[in-house]
Design a protein around this ligand. Structure first.
Ligand code: NAD
Length: 483
């Protein structure tokens, strides 16, 4: 490993750039074939990778499997099966009357080398959501894993390289290595991480004219309506708050509950959080814990109360549920990224919606209700990239569904055909089989102007009857001009 970030990034970029043209030149079916083998090779290392994740992130082994390793098989299977048709050239529409003899095709061509800069909270599933479709589309990828999970990232790249060669390379190190990777001029940067770093990456990309996709922080809200299935909702919301110890970009950090059921729902939520406590590990870094403690202490200093849990420097953070938090407190406004949520009550759907949308973030939200019409009406008004009804966040594991945000959560897209749109560029190929000179070529004259007038008249006429009438007039006029 190079200790000079610039040298390390340049070397990884050069290797990926050298490998990319031959990879892109393969038929997509062949790339898919090779990638299936790579997917299998990773799955064969499932236990080793899961254990590595546990070591580096303290995740329970169950979560290392359920939210990381398991999804890898689905990602390869989805993209290798559906990607080739999504990448197939599209026939473009060319009007036969005005533009006779022309055929148009829109191809999807790879960008080139994609830089994938990743966070630590899901060190396999997040980068793989970019790596798999990017490779299938004919790109090479340089992965910069988080400095908090370097061994998982390195092992992943090693496994992919063993099957695919240098179309996947690795840049190791901290933020300086990530910044150096951007300076090494990739053709696209896919960044997943905090909003603060994402902004720096966006500026660096803009200065170099590099497109970038940003998947940033979140502050998701669960909207609990008074007709929800209370027991299931309490369990689901508790999971949404605590999964990955709350270190989840779409973790539930705010709960807006209808005051009509608060007296039943809140004790059940507290009980569900307390039951789950034994499965919630310590946070990955002391720095992350310090942020959560600061948010909670600040809220308490400003009159908030804890419905469960307490801060204790000598113990792992327990599930923490705050209430009476001022609307301008960090615990309500900023991403905490820990096993903590803030609960507020509202009297009707409009008030609950106002609580949920009171955020500069816009990644996910959930609506909990037994009434589909009411739930969809609320869901349609939430300002976020994803809304789940009677569940939360789990859809990131489904490759056909877009994972995306709004506002300070960034507007990048991973997963789904939408992700291919930014991993490729459209390239137009037009083939003209017309043997006659075009009427709009030189020399210009009255004939061309007359033709244009007839065509405009046709557009003005509208409707099928008028179009036929205008076409007749066009034919007659053309015949007259040809005499
Ligand atoms: P982070 O922003 O600190 O780091 C993310 C990555 O960027 C790391 O690999 C880091 O080394 C690198 N980096 C740091 N400075 C850089 C720079 N100047 N230029 C280029 N790269 C740089 O984030 P984190 O603490 O690793 O992850 C947690 C954050 O990620 C949370 O805010 C979370 O919400 C967010 N996240 C978002 C999503 C999503 O899909 N929207 C998913 C997971 C995590």
């Amino acid at each position: 490993m190079s200790t000079d970030p610039a040298a390390g990034a340049t070397a990884a970029m050069l290797r990926a750039r050298a490998a990319q043209p031959a990879w892109a030149a393969l038929p997509v079916a062949e790339r898919a074939h090779k990638m299936r083998a790579a997917g299998l090779a990773i799955l064969q290392r499932a236990e080793e990778l899961a254990q590595l994740i546990v070591t580096e992130t303290q995740k329970p082994l169950a979560e290392a499997y359920s939210s990381e390793v398991l999804g890898v098989g689905d990602l390869f299977a989805y993209w290798c099966k559906h990607g080739p048709s999504q990448l197939a050239p599209r026939k473009g529409l060319v009007p036969a009357l005005e533009m006779p003899g022309k055929k148009a095709f829109v191809q999807r061509v790879p960008r080139g080398v994609v830089a994938c800069i990743s966070p630590w909270n899901y060190p396999i599933s997040l980068p793989m959501r970019t790596i798999v479709p990017a490779l299938l589309a004919g790109n090479a990828v340089v992965l910069k894993p988080s400095e908090v999970t370097p061994r998982t990232g390195a092992r992943l790249v090693q496994a992919l390289q063993a099957c695919l060669g240098d179309v996947v390379t690795l840049v190791e190190g901290d933020g300086a290595a990530g910044a150096a990777l951007v300076q090494a001029d990739p053709d696209l940067v896919v960044f997943t991480g905090s909003t603060r770093t994402g902004r720096k990456v966006a500026v660096a990309c803009a200065e170099r004219g590099i497109p970038c996709e940003l998947e940033l922080g979140g502050k998701d809200c669960a909207i609990v309506l008074d007709d929800c299935a209370v027991d299931r909702t309490a369990m689901g919301v508790a999971w949404g708050i605590l999964t990955n110890a709350g270190q989840n970009c779409s973790g539930i950090e705010r709960v807006a509950v209808h005051q009509g059921i608060a007296h039943v729902f809140v004790p059940k939520l507290v009980a569900a959080l307390e039951r789950a406590a034994r499965d919630v590990p310590e946070l990955v870094t002391p720095a992350q814990r310090a942020i959560v403690e600061r948010h909670v202490q600040d809220a308490l200093n400003r009159g908030a109360a804890l419905l469960t849990g307490r801060l204790d420097a000598d113990r792992a953070l327990p599930p923490l549920l705050l209430t009476r938090v001022p609307a301008d407190a960090a615990a309500w406004c900023d991403e905490s990224f820990g096993p903590v949520a803030v609960l507020a009550q509202g009297g009707d759907d409009a008030e609950l919606l106002a609580l949920a949308t009171d955020s500069r973030y816009g990644l996910g939200a959930s609506v909990w209700s037994a009434n589909a019409t009411r739930a969809h009406a609320v869901a349609n008004q939430v300002r976020s990239g994803m809304v789940w009804i009677n569940n939360h966040s789990f859809s990131g594991a489904l490759p056909d569904l877009p994972w995306t945000g709004m506002g300070d959560s960034g507007t990048g897209v991973t997963n789904s055909p939408d992700a291919l749109a930014h991993m490729t560029r459209p390239r137009l190929v037009v083939h003209d089989t017309n043997t006659k000179p075009e009427p709009w070529w030189y020399p210009y004259g009255d004939k061309l102007v007359a033709l244009m007038r007839v065509l405009v008249a046709r557009q003005q006429a509208g409707g099928i009857g008028a179009t036929i009438k205008t076409l007749r007039a066009l034919n007659a006029r053309m015949a007259e001009l040809s005499k």
